[in-house]
Design a protein around this ligand. Sequence first.
Ligand code: SAM
Ligand code: SF4
Length: 326
Amino acid sequence: MIIDNYQRVHNYLRISLTDSCNLRCFYCMPEEEYEFTPTDKLMQVNEIEAIAKIFVAQGVNKIRLTGGEPLVRKDAAAIILALSKLPVQLTMTTNGTRVHDFVDVLEEAKIRSLNISLDTLQADKFLMVTRRKQFETVMKNIQLLIDRNFHVKVNVVVMKGLNDNEINDFIEWTKNTPVHVRFIEFMPFSGNRWTSNKVFTMKEILEVIETKYSIQALQNEKHDTAKKFTVAGHAGTFAIISTMSANFCGDCNRMRLTADGKMKNCLFSKEETDLLAAFRKGDAIEPLIHESIKNKAKELGGQFTTDFEKILTEDINNRSMITIGG
Ligand code: SAM
Ligand code: SF4
């Protein structure tokens, strides 16, 4: 088992397949011109499979594929099918633009639940946020997944003044559509123009929803990062990921592997452990995994306090979200 100094058992690995993407969400990409990592520096299919197997042997039972956009990788299908053979719950976070090309592979890999990112229900705002005209495709692909009986979670990063006025539109969407909307508080990463006054907190989100709907909290499961709710009579549900205003670090079971094979023990950790370099040299990576987790900070990567209004972004030492793998 992979256990840290706070007795947290780590059994959930998030693997980024690439730092490249076909969208340009401003809160995820760094501001400056950005060069995607060359293919030979990325973990190759056999390396992803072998490294994942080592994590599984250490107790990992859930793997999420992410990125960048995992489905822009040319060999994404091969990776998905290779990992589907492992004794893990396999899942993925995607921007939804390429799902139609992969739905059969996802079924073959027995992936039953997918997270799709969609911050707005308005085509013009989608273009403004992502700088790409893909709104209709994403909406169609969400419907395609529903029609094929996938459990669809929709990730919405809520930013004050941008889409906080759409919160109840998303709730209304869940009335007849079985989607599970997850409102995410806006988080700071290198170069993403984060300021504390753009964070729309869980408390504020709930206040907006309660002006129109009567809601009920659902029982959370261990390690849930999202606090779940229902509205009576709605086909879907909603949840809130309150990283900034009420973090869930106390129960964290997550580890991350970047597309270039660096292990991060926390989304906000400064430190990285180069597992791919060690693996390519033929060294054992198990000790590196355990050492990385032993160095895990108690909360928020040890980089900022729980009082998010005091965060100074210039003091945060981290990658941009697109290169971490959210
Ligand atoms: N490309 C895929 C997608 O968009 O779903 C997977 C990678 S993306 C980095 C993973 C998730 O991180 C998305 O749901 C995205 O909205 C979220 N994300 C990116 N930057 C964020 C930020 N600054 N604060 C909160 N969530 C963020
Ligand atoms: Fe691409 Fe996802 Fe980042 Fe948007 S959030 S730029 S879709 S990786």
